[in-house]
Design a protein around this ligand. Structure first.
Ligand SMILES: [Zn+2]
Length: 142
């Protein structure tokens, strides 16, 4: 059986998600993730890891939010209770939900920025970990 991983806060070590299976998705793979608005990108319990950025700029010297690779996409249901909404209002844009376009809108209970939630009517529904604020750990089996 494949290892399952939990996402942890790099600052305080708090567990941020349920244990998930990380599935590698090659760019050329058929059946690329489903970007349909309001639909989850992955089923609960699975994270997709891709080597193609979600967002990019035509100017390669410009850093773009969600332009990092590899990039992972999680099901919103796998986010744990220690994850909170940021207080930075400039990251909380959206129509009837969060579009996640401006910056990491999810923080750990310690205040560290840990990821971006997309939950708007025109975005797929997913959680994307912020690599600078998180690390993956293999689930410890009792
Ligand atoms: Zn933390």
């Amino acid at each position: 059986m494949a290892d399952r991983h939990v996402l942890c806060c790099k600052a305080c070590g708090t567990t941020l998600t349920r244990a998930v299976e990380i599935v590698l998705r090659a760019d050329s793979e058929s059946g690329t993730p489903d970007w349909t608005p309001k639909k989850p990108v992955t089923p609960p319990g699975q994270a997709f890891r891709m080597t193609q950025a979600y967002a990019w700029s035509t100017d390669p010297s410009t850093a773009v939010h969600l332009g990092h690779v590899p990039i992972e996409f999680l099901n919103v249901d796998d986010i744990g209770p220690s994850v909170k909404l940021t207080r930075k209002s400039q990251y909380l844009n959206g129509c009837c939900g969060l579009d996640g376009c401006d910056g990491p809108n999810q923080i750990c209970q310690c205040g560290n920025e840990i990821g971006t939630l997309k939950s708007d009517c025109w975005t797929p529904h997913t959680f994307i970990p912020f690599p600078d604020g998180t690390r993956w750990e293999v689930e410890s089996t009792p």
